[in-house]
Design a protein around this ligand. Structure first.
Ligand code: LFR
Length: 469
């Protein structure tokens, strides 16, 4: 027993291959291979470099195979909504990045056929202009959709390249806008009305099911024949598995490029108030629902720093955070972190300044003040979302668990405790990889128990930090 498992975790700015070991009292995670994820802009928009990502993940898995005796399997997770179109098993064109601006223009194409209220009634999703439904409307304008005979979400594309099996993992499929929110199956009605062929979509598979073994040629490349398992292939679904909650009075913030602020429910919440507040019903592990809202999150900060570094290569985040920590809260203006103008890549400081000026607020004078303004605005958006979650679900929330890379931003965690007025517990940093490994471990028989038992194990084995309001 106590074999190792590999998790491929792809994020918007970087990917990694992580090795985990799970036992009754053990959850150990280490990174075997880390690589950048560099989107490429070409004449037809912003794309993911899926070939480079696949090469890097295979190199990472091969390294894990060399370093571990008897690696027992692998699973892939990534951000949601993005996909490749295929014909006869071959990818057509380069998959687009959800931040490409083709989507906004295509939103009316969908809403003309199925209005926003009705769409929500059928799929239960918050309106995000990059939901797959809208991306496919953009695709239709180019004629690519007609050529395709299959759509694979990105983690499913990588699983297909590894195993030859075409499936749609359910947690990620729930972000497309094409799943029926009540049944968790592809919505025949939506497909019909949107003019999408049902055969375009592969059969659904739930986290914990085996996808298949890697093909012989892949096994030769990796140095081992491995089973590939479906986990919460939507990174947020895997992260929510590893929220170290001790009771039910909690909200989570899965904090990476995005901040997903939500609770877990047994069934979808489909109120008009929830729709108006832009809360979404995504699927989780073991049939749970992730009822959450997307807050723009640390993207605002990383994109600001990226902008400054273009002209001043000496800029780096750590000293700016130290400066930001010294700025008194009273002096800091706050903007609406959810404003759609912040979605595309570009000059974030100018857009934030523009928002503040439009709303008669002072523009920060120094970069340190700017960083503080961004973090206060994110924390304020968290506070609004947590309050709304209480109202929309009727639950009381006493603890906010911050998981993912953003836990390391201690200033943001402190501001989150202040602005939400709740206890913040940060950690684990490796929530997504932990969730990926735990679900694989259960399938492999290395761990038995419920989602709550997984959370209990995470709580006992992770470094957590507490911030009082
Ligand atoms: C986080 C995430 C969010 C999703 C966004 C775009 O990494 O998966 O849950 O809304 O990326 O796919």
């Amino acid at each position: 027993m106590n074999e190792a498992l590999a998790a491929v975790d792809l994020g918007a700015s970087g990917g990694r291959v992580v090795v985990g070991r799970v036992g009754p009292d053990e959850l150990r995670i280490r990174t075997a291979h880390r690589f950048p994820n560099r989107p490429v802009r070409t004449r037809d928009g912003l794309h993911w470099n899926v070939l480079e990502l696949y090469r890097e993940m295979c190199a990472g898995i091969a390294q894990a195979v060399r370093e571990e005796s008897g690696l027992a399997g692998v699973a892939v997770d990534s951000w949601a909504v993005d996909y490749a179109l295929l014909r006869g098993g071959r990818v057509l064109g380069m998959p687009h990045h959800y931040r490409d601006d083709r989507n906004a223009a295509a939103v009316p194409d969908v809403h003309e056929v199925v209005g926003p209220d009705e769409l929500y009634e059928l799929n239960g999703l918050q309106h995000l202009p990059f939901n797959t439904t809208f991306q496919l409307a953009a695709e239709r304008r180019t004629g690519m959709l007609e050529l395709a005979d299959r759509l694979l979400l990105l983690p499913d594309l990588f699983a297909y390249w590894l195993t030859g099996e075409q499936v749609a993992e359910r947690t990620n499929a729930s972000t497309t806008g094409l799943l029926d929110v009540r049944t968790g199956e592809w919505s025949a009605e939506l497909l019909d009305r949107l003019g999408l062929k049902p055969e375009l979509l592969p059969p659904l598979i739930s986290p914990g099911e085996r996808i298949g073994a890697v093909t012989d040629d892949v096994a030769a490349e990796l140095g081992a024949s491995l089973p590939v398992t479906a986990v919460g292939s939507h990174d947020t679904a895997s992260a929510v598995v590893a929220v170290p909650a001790a009771d039910e009075e909690f909200a989570y913030i899965s904090c990476g490029t995005w901040s997903l602020v939500g609770v877990e429910t047994d069934r979808p919440v489909l109120s008009e108030r929830g729709r108006a507040a832009n809360f979404t019903n995504e699927r989780g592990i073991d049939g749970r629902i992730r009822y959450l809202h997307n807050v723009m999150g640390l993207w605002l900060l990383t994109e600001s720093v990226a902008h400054w570094s273009r002209t001043d290569p000496s800029v780096s985040l750590e000293p700016l955070l130290a400066e930001a920590a010294e700025v008194p809260t009273e002096r800091v203006p706050v903007f609406d972190a959810d404003d759609p103008r912040f979605l595309p890549p570009g000059d974030m400081p100018a857009r934030i300044a523009e928002w503040l000026t439009e709303h008669d607020q002072p523009v920060p004078g120094t970069r340190g003040e700017f960083v503080r303004c961004v973090l206060e605005s994110i924390a304020e958006a968290y506070a609004a979302s947590v309050d709304q979650l209480e109202r929309l679900t009727g639950r009381s929330i006493s603890t906010v668990h911050v998981v993912g890379g953003g836990c390391q931003n201690t200033l943001l965690c402190r501001l989150t405790a202040e602005r939400t007025g709740r206890t913040v517990i940060s950690g684990p940093v490796e929530a997504t990889a932990s969730g990926n490994i735990l679900v694989q471990a259960r399938t492999a028989g290395l761990f038995t128990g419920s989602l709550e038992a997984m959370r209990d194990l995470v709580r006992r084995t992770s470094e957590l930090r507490r911030y009082n309001p």
